[in-house]
Design a protein around this ligand. Structure first.
Ligand code: ZN
Length: 289
């Protein structure tokens, strides 16, 4: 059965049909309304799904933020603006009249990556390192979402009590140090104002400060992996995101993880999906798979 999958991000909205073989068809995109008002989002979603919704029997949503009882929340309310408490689930139910499921995008991506492992593992974690650091935990073959939707927000665990203030309001979160934004924010002198992508390319050209910033991110991520191993006894950790999949990054995380005691070592794998893990994971969850 075909599922209408919708991905709601801070900058763009995507929708696609996901068929029973997990193939994505008729992918469409629109910018997330700059006004970030509920009316604008509702109108944009309606325009996005109108050409697709007649072809499906159910809807699956992966969204940025925390999904609590079908509504949008965020650890950093500034990210959502006027969309805080937006009734995501009800809006899509009203627009389509179809059974609808909504889940956090990193949780959805974790579920897609778990599926991609093909049943080899029952306990895994997914960590995406890009602009922020997100995650999802699968324990005994089940995706943990939590009663309030917060489960797996691994980027907001403590990395350094003397570190920078995170967007969520805590001091020294993993995200504030290891993410692309965290890497860029720590750049000084010749690298001040550069984004993470530029800093990676400078590191490739031998720039010492750029290399130090990337090592700091990878070391922070390795410690997070060790913490998560201690908490979940995961059999593998899948790493994704534009920073996580940047050339050489995973090898650096492996290097720093190897310096932790052996009990905290765990197999690190590069994410299988690059862009559509959220759409696919949400579709899988809606199908009960
Ligand atoms: Zn945080």
């Amino acid at each position: 059965m075909t599922t209408l999958a919708i991905d709601i991000g801070g900058t763009k909205l995507a929708a696609a049909l996901v068929d029973s073989n997990l193939r994505i068809r008729e992918r469409r995109e629109l910018p997330t309304p700059a006004s970030k008002t509920p009316d604008a989002l509702r109108a944009a979603l309606q325009a996005l799904i109108a050409p697709l919704q007649e072809q499906v029997k159910r809807v699956a949503i992966a969204s940025t933020g925390i999904i609590r009882e079908g509504s949008l929340l965020a650890l950093n309310p500034h990210n959502l603006g006027g969309l805080l408490h937006f009734p995501l689930l009800q809006t899509l139910k009203d627009l389509t009249g179809l059974p609808t499921l909504a889940v956090n995008d990193a949780q959805a991506a974790a579920w897609a990556e778990y599926h991609a492992l093909g049943g080899e593992y029952r306990d895994m974690v997914f960590i995406t390192v890009s602009t922020g650091v997100g995650g999802g935990v699968v324990s005994a073959g089940k995706l943990l979402t939590g009663v309030g939707g917060l489960a797996g927000h691994l980027g907001h665990t403590l990395a350094d009590p003397h570190g920078p203030v995170c967007g969520c309001g805590r001091v020294g979160c993993v995200e504030a140090i290891a993410s692309g934004r965290g890497i860029a924010a720590a750049a000084e002198g010749a690298l001040a104002g550069c984004d993470a992508k530029t800093i990676f390319s400078r590191a490739g050209q031998g720039d010492e400060q750029a290399s130090r910033l990337i090592h700091r991110s990878a070391r922070t991520l390795a410690r997070l992996v060790a913490d998560v191993k201690a908490m979940t006894d995961c059999q593998c950790a899948v790493i994704g995101g534009s920073v996580g999949l940047a050339e050489g990054y995973l090898a650096l995380v492996e290097h720093y993880l190897a310096q932790e005691p052996a009990a905290y070592h765990v197999e690190l794998l590069a994410a299988h999906y690059r862009h559509d893990a959220g759409l696919l994971g949400a579709a899988l969850l809606a199908r009960g798979e």
